[in-house]
Design a binder for this molecule. Structure first.
Ligand code: BGC
Length: 290
């Protein structure tokens, strides 16, 4: 096993997308944290990050109340009623009533724009097919003879970045349901369809999404993470080997997706958060070109 550099967290993870700069959709600037100081036990005597929680969360029905609010009695590291407050990374610490980011410092206290204190759970579908021409012939990289994988990607409404069509787990929902629901909402614009169209698509997705292969479960290096709130995801690959199933879908962007496309999975593609790293796992598993 290769040695984990000492600045990595216990889980061997590091974050780079949430340690400097202005927090998304805000005017609040993070206190800059260098990579060596991310880990909570690296000395950082001047660490005194600003506190920011978006005002929108105060009115959002889906969001947690403030910590200290008498009505709010969260059960950390546990299933709390319909809310899963467990982390995929193991038990996190709760310091002075606030859950602590398991990877390390982010240069920002509070919740930013995340609805939950502690882990905010998401799910991501990675729907793939082989790239082919209109005659159905698959393309391979002429030098290495490996085929090119394509995946369904959406352009996010908030940042404009390309990403997997995932989303946040609703209260009481299991992550497989989240993955199917988000795919239908963001890639098949299920909110705009007739009842008949909805049921045809539903069947296609329900059938095809029975055979998924989990490729990642854990912390996401997301620009919205803070010291007290962070995103975790479960990413599942659904591969259409023949291209005759979901590979034939006409994609239509819906919900908070601006665009949807089959994209070639390549190393130079810049994707949201750590989606490129997760995509690479799928590429390796299927023996595609990267
Ligand atoms: C997205 C997921 C993503 C997660 C973490 C969510 O808002 O919908 O696709 O994995 O954030 O970045």
């Amino acid at each position: 096993m290769s040695k984990v550099p000492s600045f990595l967290s216990a889980s061997g993870k590091i974050h780079r997308n949430c340690i400097s700069g202005v927090y998304p959709a805000s005017k609040t600037e993070r206190q800059t944290v260098s990579e060596e100081k991310v880990k909570w036990n690296s000395p950082f005597p001047d660490y005194n990050p600003p506190n920011y929680t978006s005002d929108k969360l105060k009115k959002a029905p889906y969001a947690d109340p403030e910590i200290g609010d008498k009505e709010f009695q969260p059960r950390w590291n546990a299933q709390d009623g319909l809310i899963n407050r467990k982390s995929h990374e193991g038990d996190y610490l709760v310091v002075d009533e606030y859950p602590q980011n398991p990877v390390g410092r982010t240069g920002l206290r509070g919740r930013g724009k995340l609805g939950r204190w502690g882990p905010n759970h998401a799910g991501d579908p990675i729907v793939t097919r082989w790239k082919s021409d209109k005659h159905g012939t698959t393309h391979s990289d002429s030098q290495r003879g490996k085929r090119i994988l394509q995946f369904v990607s959406i352009q996010r409404g908030d940042s404009g970045e390309w990403a997997f069509p995932g989303g946040m787990v609703d209260p009481g929902e299991n992550v497989e349901e989240t993955i199917r629901r988000e795919f239908k909402e963001e890639c098949m614009d299920s909110e705009q369809l007739t009842e008949d169209e909805k049921s045809t698509n539903k069947n296609l997705v329900e059938q095809f999404f029975k055979n998924g292969h989990e490729v990642y479960r854990g912390y996401v290096d997301d620009p919205r993470n803070t010291d007290n709130a962070w995103i975790e995801t479960v990413a599942v690959n659904y591969h259409d080997e023949t291209g005759s199933n979901l590979g034939t879908l006409t994609l239509k962007a819906g919900s908070d997706a601006k665009n949807v496309q089959w994209k070639d999975a390549t190393a130079d593609l810049k994707l949201h958060a750590n989606h490129s790293e997760i995509l690479q796992k799928v590429v390796e598993r299927l023996g595609a070109q990267w």
